[in-house]
Design a protein around this ligand. Structure first.
Ligand code: SF4
Ligand code: SF4
Length: 184
C-alpha cells in the first residue's frame, strides 16, 4: 500500500518534469532566435522590417518588365513570341530621310513605336520576350511589389510618341493613361 503511494507521487512529479523539459526543448530554437534579435535588432534570420527593409531576390528572378525604349528597335519579336499576347505595338517605318537616332550600341533606329504597351494583367512572367530581344532593352527587373488598386496600374506604357515629329499614320496611341514603368 505504501509502495503504491510512493509510485504515484513519483509518476506525478515525473510527468511534471517531462512536461517542463519538452517545453524547454521545443522553445530552444525560438529562444535562441529571440536572444539573437535582442542582441541585434537588424538580425536578418528573424524577419525584415518590410517595406523599409526588403530581401534581395535571387539572380534571374522574373519581376516587373521594363523596356528601355531608347534602345528598342521596334522589331516586334517580343510581341510575336509572347504566348499571352500581352505586348501591344503599333509601329511605323520611318519616312525617307527621317532620323530616329541610334541605340546605345550605335544601331540606327528605323521604326517608330507609336505604341508599346505591356499588359501585366495577362503576363505569365515566362521571360520569352526578353530572351528574343536583340538589343536586350526589354528586361525582367527584380521588382516584385507592385500591388495596385486598379488593373490600369498593371498596364505599362513605354512608347514616347511625342519624340516623333510626324503624326501617326492610322496608329492608335494607348487610350488610358498609366504610370510609366521604371526598373527596380
Ligand atoms: S514574360 Fe512571357 S507572357 Fe509576359 S510579356 Fe513576356 S513573353 Fe509575354
Ligand atoms: S524585341 Fe526588343 S527591340 Fe524588338 S520590339 Fe521588343 S523590346 Fe524592342
Amino acid at each position: 500500500m505504501h509502495g503504491d503511494w510512493v509510485c504515484g507521487v513519483y509518476e506525478y512529479f515525473k510527468a511534471i518534469f517531462l512536461g517542463i523539459w519538452s517545453t524547454l526543448v521545443g522553445m530552444r530554437i525560438t529562444m535562441a532566435r529571440f536572444f539573437d534579435y535582442v542582441k541585434d535588432p537588424l538580425y536578418q534570420g528573424v524577419t525584415v522590417q518590410y517595406p523599409t527593409e526588403r530581401w534581395k531576390v535571387a539572380e534571374g528572378y522574373r519581376g516587373m518588365l521594363f523596356n528601355d525604349i531608347d534602345d528598342c528597335i521596334v522589331c516586334s519579336q517580343c510581341a510575336n513570341e509572347c504566348p499571352a499576347d500581352c505586348i501591344i505595338i503599333d509601329a511605323e517605318k520611318a519616312a525617307k530621310g527621317e532620323d530616329l537616332g541610334k541605340t546605345s550600341n550605335g544601331t540606327p533606329k528605323k521604326i517608330k513605336a507609336w505604341r508599346f504597351d505591356i499588359d501585366l494583367n495577362h503576363c505569365l512572367y515566362c521571360g520569352l520576350c526578353t530572351e528574343v530581344c536583340p538589343t536586350e532593352c526589354l528586361i525582367m527587373t527584380d521588382a516584385y511589389d507592385y500591388a495596385t488598386y486598379s488593373r490600369d496600374g498593371l498596364y505599362l506604357l513605354f512608347a514616347r510618341p511625342e519624340k516623333y515629329t510626324t503624326a501617326p499614320a492610322g496608329a492608335s496611341p494607348a487610350a488610358s493613361p498609366a504610370p510609366e514603368a521604371k526598373p527596380a
